[in-house]
Design a protein around this ligand. Structure first.
Ligand code: CA
Length: 234
């Protein structure tokens, strides 16, 4: 099996070099581009497994423009994108995620964190595109059979609880508002009150409690919910 190729789009050669070295040490192959037109060429020619995309790029198109373009292209939209932003561009996080980026990192970042984020995003995207099962803690979700198991035992879930759990398991470690969960799990065109989410969350926790997995669904005060393997004291 060949190594997965990762495209780094960054106009600062020093950062690009650092990232390329880091990627190669972690067993990835790397492709490089210094602006959006080079990046586009690389994507079309090589179809990388993932793109690391700088927000500020020279020329008339920014990283976010490129991200939006990719996510609107049926053939390219499945390539995951991690946006790289400088600290002074905090707002860009929001814009980047709005443009469809799968994750973002603020510069300067540690090489270890970069690799772990890349692996997390790849795991998620491979799970979704190849219908591979997703494992989080003791839970295992098989998208083909739409079945969730714990140590080989089937967890009985209603269709809504299944969709909610499938969304959470494929998007761990991120806080979502009730509105975002409604859009993602129920679809944007339905009218459901926000607190309906709370009812389904409660049901899902009750179902997961006998398996000691209810703590994976965490309440984020002032925001909504997150799915996390990391237990935070309340
Ligand atoms: Ca830059």
């Amino acid at each position: 099996m060949h190594n997965e190729q990762i495209l780094i789009v960054e106009d600062e050669p020093a950062i690009r070099e650092m990232v390329v070295m880091t990627l190669e040490m972690a067993g990835f192959d790397s492709l490089q581009a210094a602006d959006v037109s080079e990046a586009h060429q690389q994507v079309v020619d090589h179809r990388p497994a993932l793109i690391l995309l700088d927000w500020m790029l020279p020329g008339d198109k920014s990283g976010v423009d490129f991200c939006r373009m990719l996510k609107n292209d049926d053939l390219l939209s499945e390539i995951p994108v991690i946006m790289l932003t400088a600290k002074s561009e905090e707002d860009s996080k929001v814009h980047g995620l709005d443009a469809g980026a799968d994750d973002y990192m603020t510069k300067p970042f540690s090489t270890r964190e970069l690799i772990s984020r890349i692996k997390a995003v790849l795991r998620r995207s491979n799970a979704l595109s190849n219908d591979k099962s997703i494992e989080v803690g003791k839970l295992s979700l098989d998208p083909r059979s739409q079945r969730v198991t714990v140590a080989g035992k089937v967890v009985e879930l209603g269709p809504t609880e299944y969709r909610l759990l499938a969304f959470f398991m494929s998007h761990p470690e991120r806080a979502y508002t009730r509105t975002q969960l409604l859009d993602q799990v129920w679809g944007g065109n339905v009218y459901i009150e926000d607190r309906t989410i709370d009812v389904h969350i409660k049901r899902l926790r009750t179902i997961l409690r006998p398996y000691d997995c209810d703590t994976l669904i965490q309440t984020v005060r002032g925001t909504g919910y997150r799915f996390s393997n990391i237990i935070t004291p309340t």
